[in-house]
Design a protein around this ligand. Structure first.
Ligand SMILES: Cc1cc2nc3c(=O)[nH]c(=O)nc-3n(C[C@H](O)[C@H](O)[C@H](O)COP(=O)(O)OP(=O)(O)OC[C@H]3O[C@@H](n4cnc5c(N)ncnc54)[C@H](O)[C@@H]3O)c2cc1C
Length: 432
């Protein structure tokens, strides 16, 4: 599961030694915040829970630059991404099956608290999940393995949608285990990209240099910020905007777990999220809660919630540390997660109060954590509205770092893809 780690490190997971290997998730232990992101061909779509939802209009309009119209996004770009990905809600027969007992318990607890839940769209192939349920294929999504990627194809990650279509065009090549180490600008204006080739045990097999006129960064929030901030501070891309690296946020993420000790939950928890609820003003910050599985607790009677808040205030900065020659998140404090934690705790108290015998659970993980790092190269500020990096012709950013530090009460992937669709359409139309 982990990109070249020596020990496991995940909410609820016991820390044990593991052989370093090119696993599918990178965890970066920044000061006061652990950042998780995909590290595989297909990026975060390989490890994500596949929830595919858009922010509501008022939060989009409060967070994103005024030149990006919500109307245009909801009529053109979100539908365009949805046509490619084809997300869908969990069918009733799957919802009623044993691995989703945790989802039904979660919905019942919410209903007891008079909280309205609704089904959410996600990126699973329900046909494969039905085959898992009838034991015709190896189990994966129904035992909560999705953070590892679903090896039986239960998750429709990007290798089956965008990447497959890109490869089918002909000129696209994919180079797994090629790690971009640095980018710079050569005299004449071309970009240079230095890449090291890794073996499956992490051995460096060689270093290559590519050069190009147009360079699109899509390394995800953590790694696009690392590459750009380092390039600016080492003088390799000296004209990069000074605000690159700023405006980072954790999407106001919080994990919440509760237990109904006397309610059997079955031997394992299925991964896809069945339902969600949204609270615009009850808990201080607008709050989206989704039912998530807690695979590490296997058959224990616990239900998991991923909470996301609309937090317009708390942001962090990636800076270059000259001593270690690394880019680090320099100013994140626990206080920056406190408002989101308070909103989530208010929500959890209301559910517990309405469900006698239900208890709060503290996962075995004392750190603050986000699987939704966003921002740092904020659209409309570090880039124009189509991802062109200001002052650097031919350089583009096309990933989560474009988001304004918070999605707006939603998981990020649909909005990242919609921004990229809009940007690419504009770049192609303008010839650059
Ligand atoms: C456990 C988990 C669950 C999640 N669940 C959901 C969910 O249900 N719904 C949702 O919307 N979002 C979810 N997310 C978040 C979602 O996965 C990310 O927001 C999204 O994938 C980010 O897209 P991106 O294009 O910015 O970057 P990524 O998808 O992270 O893609 C970046 C790519 O660049 C590659 N890369 C990085 N650095 C380098 C380098 N130096 N050289 C070469 N390649 C490099 C990476 O390997 C990766 O393939 C989840 C994330 C995690 C970790």
């Amino acid at each position: 599961m982990f990109w070249f780690r020596r020990t496991t490190h995940w909410p609820g997971m016991v820390t044990v030694p593991v052989t370093p290997s090119p696993g599918v998730i990178e965890i970066s232990e920044e000061r006061n915040l652990d950042i998780a992101c995909g590290a595989a061909v297909g990026g975060g779509s390989v490890v994500y829970t596949g929830v595919t939802v858009a922010p509501r209009r008022q939060y989009f309009e409060a967070l994103y630059p005024s030149g990006l119209s919500y109307r245009e996004f909801s009529q053109v770009w979100y539908p365009k991404v949805r046509r490619m990905l084809a997300p869908s809600p969990m069918p009733q027969d799957v919802y009623r099956s044993v691995p989703f007992t945790h989802s039904r318990i979660w919905d019942r607890q919410m209903s007891n608290a008079r909280m309205r839940t609704y089904p959410i769209d996600s990126m699973f192939d329900w046909g494969v999940i039905r085959q898992e349920l009838s034991r015709k294929v190896q189990l994966s999504s129904t035992i909560g393995d999705s953070d590892f990627g679903c090896s039986n194809g239960a998750k429709t990650d990007l290798t089956r949608t965008y990447l497959r279509e890109a490869l089918a065009t002909g000129p696209v090549q994919l180079r797994p285990l090629h790690e971009v180490r640095s980018i710079s600008r050569r005299t004449g204006g071309r970009y240079s990209v230095v890449v090291r080739r890794l073996g499956a045990d992490g051995t460096v097999l060689g270093t290559d240099e590519y050069s190009c006129e147009m360079l699109f960064l899509a390394a995800g929030t953590l790694n696009t910020n690392r590459l750009l901030v380092a390039a600016r501070e080492r003088g390799e891309l000296p004209d990069l905007p000074a605000d690159i690296g700023t405006g980072f946020g954790d999407n106001g993420d919080q994990i919440n777990v509760r237990s109904e000790p006397l309610t059997p939950i079955g031997p394992a928890q299925g991964a896809p999220s069945a339902s969600a609820a949204f609270f615009p003003d009850e808990f201080g910050l607008p709050l989206l809660v989704e039912n998530w599985c807690v695979p590490e607790y296997a058959s224990l009677p616990v239900t998991g919630t991923l909470a996301m808040t609309v937090d317009t205030d708390h942001r962090g900065t990636f800076r270059y540390d000259r001593g270690s020659r690394r880019v680090v998140l320099s100013d994140w404090t626990r206080e920056k997660s406190a408002a989101a934690a308070e909103a989530t705790s208010g929500y959890a108290h209301r559910v517990l109060a309405a469900n006698p015998g239900c208890l709060p659970v503290s996962p075995n993980y004392p750190r603050t954590f986000t699987a939704h790092p966003v921002g740092g190269c904020v659209i409309g500020r570090s880039t124009d509205l189509e991802g062109r990096v200001r002052g650097n012709k031919g350089l583009y950013v096309m990933d989560g770092s474009l988001l304004p530090g918070n999605v707006g009460g939603a998981n990020p992937s649909l909005t990242i893809a919609a921004l990229a669709e809009r940007a690419m359409a504009g770049i192609i139309a303008a010839g650059g």
